[in-house]
Write a protein that binds this ligand. Sequence first.
Ligand SMILES: [Zn+2]
Length: 417
Amino acid sequence: MVNEESIQYFGKNQKLYIDREIGNGAQGTVFLAHFNQHQFALKLYKKTPSLTFVSNLINTTATVSPSDVFIWPKQVVNLSDGNVGYLMPLIPANYTPIIAILNGKRHFSNFQTMLMWCINVIHAMKKLHQKGLCFRDLNEGGFFADIFTGDARICDCDNIAPHNVKLEILGKMKYMAPEVILKKKMPNLYSDYYSLAILLFQVLTNGHPMMGARIANYEIIDERGEYVLFAVEPVFVYHKTNTINRPIPGYHDVVIERWRLLPKHVQEAFHQVFVDGIYDDKKRLSDQDWLSVFIQFYNDLLQCDECGFEFTRANIPHCPKCGACIPKRLILSIKSSRVVLEKGKMVIVDCDVDRPLGFVIANKIDPSILGMRNTSNEIWKSQVENVKAKDYSHGQVLPFQKYMKIQFGNQEYGKIE
Ligand SMILES: [Zn+2]
């Protein structure tokens, strides 16, 4: 129930009902709010923000969100009691804070879904950057996941601003690029790339790329410790030549195990950001680079039939977990993409995340037979030598078969190997 005290006014006598608290962070408190017969999340700042900040936030509300993934600010409110904040959509109830996943309290339904979440986050960041905007305060607190589909939501979008705008927001030390911590540069596109790499590393390995053996030098990692570990003398835990900061066996076992199973090209990508790009921001992987890295990882992923463990083959004939022999998988080659066909996998061609080709499904009677439902409005044609070509229209399932050629619509030709 809404009581009288919870009524606030802003603008030209617009009435807002402030309900219960639903979140609390360093910058502000988030409440459930009712406005114009709709429910919103209302973030109220603990400290009155500067005019520059508010003016930028007003500009953000006037900008169309680059992706549905962002919980985009809708309206700035200057309340009658002097508080300042903004209204945004509520995060749907089926989304889990990524912090709960990093803490091990919740898990993605499988590794494939986790990679899809990473792809969705990278893709949203790419669209944001393409609009000339940068996120600035990228940290785990703003990220949410549908653990069953890999869909993503990103909140805390109030610090988003054009690349050249200077805001007082620097970020959370654990995610900040060294040049921002050292106050040599304000957050920009390249520091966003760095923070994104930190988030991806944490989701994949459950550890921080700069927190290895050197944490033993500190009783507690306070701000001074973070300043040294993340900015003054950052050493990547898997630096190829400087091994002083390796993860500690018995303490960082999850990182050690997960890193070992990462494909070489993913390890190299992290090395490039956290070693070559540590002080040279132009050497960091861009969002487009990360998209290619993660889509290749996702396309290569397969699952052990015996124990369900997910991994990429990289010339190993056996499951790295249970040792079971892994039969050869069908592979769909189309344009520059090679997709290991696995049940539940989205077929993404040439990093076109907005227009996946389809979704791999297993036959209900014989799950070893895989196929793809045509959800497009184009005709798919399958061709196998000495067999009459067959058409598949919208809603029909095309069963994959070795050496099959597939024409998707008018242009795209795929080949099954
Ligand atoms: Zn296995």
